[in-house]
Design a protein. Sequence first.
Length: 305
Amino acid sequence: MKSLINILDLSVEELDEMLRVADDIIDHPQKYSEVCHGKKLATLFYEPSTRTRLSFEAAMMELGGNVIGFSEASSSSAAKGESVADTVRVISCYADIAAMRHPKEGAPLVASMYATIPIINAGDGGHNHPTQTLADLCTIRRETGRLSNLTVGLCGDLKFGRTVHSLIAAMARYSGVRFVLISPDELRVPDYVKHDVLDRGGIEYIETTDLEQVMPQLDILYMTRVQRERFFNEEEYLRLKDRYILTPDKLTDAKESLRILHPLPRVNEISVAIDNDPRAVYFKQVLYGKYMRMALILKLLNIQV
Ligand code: CP
């Protein structure tokens, strides 16, 4: 039984195979429509979500399986003080696989130590979000045809943005990837990501506060929301929240081949005027996320199609 807690739990070869399965699901959905018949996915969400929870549920339904779960801690026995360890021991009696989102970093890892079913980290605090990375990798590969030899700009809240940390870890394994880290000084990528992933891997990167200056270099622009829920100080959030707002004029010097991603939800950091630009792929990214979650469920349940 294998869980997915960190994107590095999957080798590059496993990721390549999942990308191939996702392509096959897109091309031949009927082939997969009953392969999880009789299986149950539990969604254990201690923190709000639209995409991740509902895409996991849609993914399991499109595989012919069923879904149980809760969408907020207050409607589970966590509200009475039950621990994550006890909850997943119980859920293991009901379901074959579980996706967990939790505000505390490391909670899904703890869950995986006590569960007897595979646990999927569906986002833990400001730490990691590996299944968003699956969506991001699928989007980048389908839109550009590759995962190597890319200049990837990440913009916004690079400190608390867990999707950023997982994406850097995943893409640093492909050759010729260079990162441009665009953020206010207060929201730079944490040192542990820079030291453990970028410096240790000898990966080329620069840090800057100036999005427009670096725009012409970028193959990928990954915009992120400033994570209000992780700030200790509302004033600091209000000061930083609108620092980067992508508007059409800021794309004047961008490549025609640029692809703009965002894990969503969007607040104010991408103008709706960008939505119809062919370079904006953040809603396609949502759809690819569902296919990659289908591929992940199949992998963790050891179902070959
Ligand atoms: N991208 C993402 O995790 O969205 P949700 O918070 O809506 O799940």
